[in-house]
Design a protein around this ligand. Structure first.
Ligand code: 5AD
Length: 347
């Protein structure tokens, strides 16, 4: 099979064997890449039109009990600035977002032991009471099944938990014990079984990741069938063990977005902040390669700079609520439009 045949096969079968995906990722020509993006954009238009869904991202805590080698807010980074938002600050962020037309709020944070169910449940209930027309997404890492269930019963609709890599051996190169790949995957299956709309995801270009691993990511998505998949390039953070490692590339990240769009036409794919931090215009390039979600930052301006997962993480301007009017304009210019809607997955 040549590369164009591979892409045609994937588009018509929503499946391509991992060996073939690996081939496709090996020195593709510019024409091949463009063809892949065009097919992915066409499939996404078929299911979601030119709509782009908006999620307001509220980073509720930069405390984390984990020590992931890549992440700037890892426990071992004594220079990280730590903060935690109060219930009032979180509700205020939602209020600001609602006024701008956001109909999904994402509460994301490190694994902060402060946020027990006792803290979270009244918060979830308050948000859902004030905004019954909005979806509430949690992205708070690994918790017990009981806790996931309690949050779901309190009104949370969705949960994002990136698996980070579909390869358990590679997972070990990115995370120290006691974290385990098996536990993370178990969490994902529990979330789905409870009834959440579930997002998984991974970084492109993490140290030790091979093209075979990337092909495995597509196979994992095909098997797990998430409602959403968040992917972005790995970007080094200077106060982590991976400070000297090189970043993932724009091209490879965009190719993975397109491959995932063709494999799971109905899944939601965000064009992430990391993509835009890597290259200006990355967000638009992501949309043109099949992404259909953006997640502007809704956190209070005073804390935004403190949620530094990687160096130079964008958190102002077009990345945040203040720049939303301009961002909407930019999205229009490439032929798409943001919509005021919850934006549930068709998956
Ligand atoms: N580069 C890119 N993405 C990162 N994340 C954490 N650290 C980095 C980094 N250095 C991503 C992880 C995590 C999400 C919240 O941010 O995939 O799940």
């Amino acid at each position: 099979m040549d590369n164009w045949n591979r892409i045609d096969w994937l588009a018509s079968h929503q499946h391509l064997p991992p060996e073939e995906i690996e081939q496709l990722l090996t020195d593709p020509s510019e024409d091949t890449i463009q063809y892949l993006f065009n097919r992915a954009a066409a499939v996404r238009k078929q299911y979601y039109g030119t709509d782009v869904y908006v999620r307001g991202l509220i980073e509720i805590s930069s405390y984390c009990r984990n020590n992931c080698y890549y992440c700037g807010i890892r426990k071992g980074n004594t220079k990280a600035q730590r903060y935690r938002l109060s219930k009032e600050e979180i509700l205020l962020a939602c209020r600001n977002g609602y006024k701008s037309g956001f109909r999904t709020f994402v509460l994301q944070g490190g694994e902060d032991p402060y946020f027990t169910d006792l803290q979270l449940i009244p918060l979830i209930q308050a948000i859902k009471k004030e905004y019954p027309d909005c979806a509430l997404t949690l992205s708070l890492g690994e918790r017990s099944r009981d806790s996931y269930l309690a949050c779901f019963q309190a009104g949370a609709d969705r949960y994002l938990l990136r698996h980070e890599t579909a390869n358990p051996i590679h997972y070990r190169q990115l995370h120290p014990t006691p974290m385990s790949w098996e536990h993370r995957i178990q969490c994902l299956y529990q979330l789905k079984e409870i009834g959440y709309q579930v997002g998984c995801g991974f970084m492109v270009g993490t140290p030790g990741q091979t093209k075979k691993d990337l092909a495995q990511e597509v196979a994992f998505a095909e098997e797990f069938r998430p409602h959403m998949i968040g992917i972005g390039p790995f970007l080094p953070h200077s106060q982590t063990p991976f400070a000297q490692k090189s970043a993932g590339t724009l091209q490879q990240t965009l190719m993975l977005l397109a491959l995932l769009r063709l494999t799971l036409p109905k899944t939601l794919l965000p064009a992430t902040t990391a993509l835009n931090t890597l290259t200006p215009g990355g967000r638009e390039a992501g949309i043109l390669a099949g992404a259909n979600v953006i997640m502007p930052n809704l956190s209070p301006p005073e804390v935004r700079g403190k949620y530094q997962l990687y160096d130079n993480k964008l958190s102002v301007g077009l990345e945040a609520i203040e720049g939303f009017a301009i961002l909407k304009e930019q999205i229009k210019q490439i032929g798409y439009q943001t919509v005021v809607a919850r934006g549930d997955s068709l998956q």
